[in-house]
Design a protein around this ligand. Structure first.
Ligand SMILES: [Zn+2]
Length: 61
């Protein structure tokens, strides 16, 4: 647990996005849909999502 494992990191956070509006976690495997902004939060319907990975980096710094 002391050292971050890049492989595990990838598996855990790669397809996870967070709704900027209600902070709901959304798992999306289709990167194309993300880039085109076609993914909607299933809780509030917002398309404002951010990758989960960014949050991780912020916490570490
Ligand atoms: Zn939402």
């Amino acid at each position: 647990m002391e050292k971050a494992n890049p492989v595990a990191d990838n598996r855990l956070f790669k397809d996870i996005y967070i709704c900027r509006n209600c902070k709901a976690k959304i798992r999306i495997s289709n990167q194309k849909l993300i880039r085109e902004g076609k993914v909607k939060c299933r809780r509030c319907g917002s398309t404002a999502l951010r990758p989960k990975h960014k949050e991780l980096r912020k916490l570490k710094a």
